[in-house]
Write a new protein. Structure first.
Length: 357
């Protein structure tokens, strides 16, 4: 049995049955985005910091973990749906986002720290176990949470990004080999300050273009618009290939304001630091090279999402890598932002899966 590497993974065990964290206080510099009716903002004390979350409902705990560049708000459609059928739905701001702690060192955003945060949230909420569901980077965080701590995370749902076990090549070397003379976006994000300078000059405009370019209804012509938005020509900006003109159908101007307001307040460094740990994660997780996730699992992706086309071999490998898989779904005509583009379908799939657990 592989031994855990050193790092901030809490010792195995059920954890304390601690009191629920207090609601957010008025000491914050600005009010958080409104929770869905019946939802409550809270702060959970975890080892090394605090995680902001929005909680709704009572019952078995379902922890919802967002991706880049989003926040708890990306689960606004799932929180009430899960609460309505008897679950305690909790959507977090991942460290570096929203009202959660924002450590200063790049290494503070390694995968082991995110797994420890998830464990800490479960325990701070007075629970011993949870189902964890993630989208985009959140899917990878959720997968590793279930891989490293199956005693806490007894089922895992992955949206958008399939599980791909740690492999034999250093990630930055693999990314550098992509795109020929153009730079893959993960490589573009590696140097601290570089992507921040582009994004923070116009946070709202950059987010609008990024969301639109990866959405099914607005991003279908992204390649024809000037090339793939995932690759950056030498000397260019990533936003130079974003589609423009209108927001995707799933995103209103008011909803964009929520995202933009949070990132204008926090900046993007915490969010981008997740990408700057891919090699560190690869080293930390060496003991789990090729390891499957054995707990019950679910995958839901968008048919038009590049993540599901680039990572098609990972989906094909699910019988080996996700032996507890109880459903794998590609939603026709859906892009990257799956739980926001198709909330009713995703809610139905999540609830049907949860009821089988």
């Amino acid at each position: 049995m592989p031994q855990p590497p050193s790092g901030p993974i809490p010792a195995p065990g059920p954890g304390p049955r601690s009191a629920r964290p207090e609601p957010l206080s008025g000491a914050l510099s600005a009010s958080p985005p409104a929770a869905p009716p019946g939802g409550l903002h809270r702060l959970a004390e975890v080892p090394g910091g605090r995680i902001h979350l929005v909680e709704q409902g009572t019952g078995p705990l379902v922890l919802l973990v967002h991706g880049f560049p989003e926040g708890w708000y990306s689960w606004r459609h799932q929180l009430p749906a899960l609460a309505a059928v008897g679950y305690r739905a909790v959507a977090v701001d991942v460290r570096g986002y929203g009202r959660s702690s924002k450590p200063g060192a790049v290494s503070d955003y390694r995968m082991l720290a995110h797994v420890a945060d998830n464990v800490g949230v479960v325990h701070a909420l007075g629970e011993r176990t949870a189902t964890v569901v993630g989208h985009d980077w959140g899917a990878t965080i959720a997968a590793n949470s279930a891989l490293l701590r199956p005693d806490v995370f007894t089922a895992v749902g992955l949206l958008g990004v399939p599980y791909a076990p740690r492999g034999g090549i250093r990630p930055t070397e693999a990314f550098a080999a992509l795109g020929g003379t153009e730079e893959f976006y993960v490589s573009y994000f590696q140097q601290p300050g570089r992507a921040e300078a582009e994004i923070e000059a116009d946070v709202r405009g950059w987010l609008a273009g990024f969301y639109a370019s990866l959405s099914a209804d607005t991003g279908a012509g992204a390649e024809a618009y000037g090339g793939s938005p995932y690759f950056v020509p030498e000397g260019a900006r990533m936003a130079g290939r974003f589609v423009g003109g209108r927001l995707p159908g799933w995103l209103s101007e008011a909803e964009l304001d929520v995202y933009a307001g949070e990132f204008e307040r926090t900046g993007l460094t915490g969010a981008l630091n997740r990408y700057r740990n891919v090699d560190r994660d690869w080293a930390d997780l060496a003991a789990w090279d090729g390891a499957p996730i054995g707990v019950p699992s679910l995958f839901v992706g968008g048919e038009l999402d590049s993540s599901t086309t680039w990572l098609a071999p990972a989906i094909e490998a699910f019988p080996r890598t996700l032996p507890g898989l109880r459903g794998s779904h590609l939603l026709p005509g859906c892009g990257h932002w799956v739980q926001q583009e198709r909330p009713e379908e995703v809610n139905g799939l999540l609830v049907g899966w949860l009821e089988q657990l």
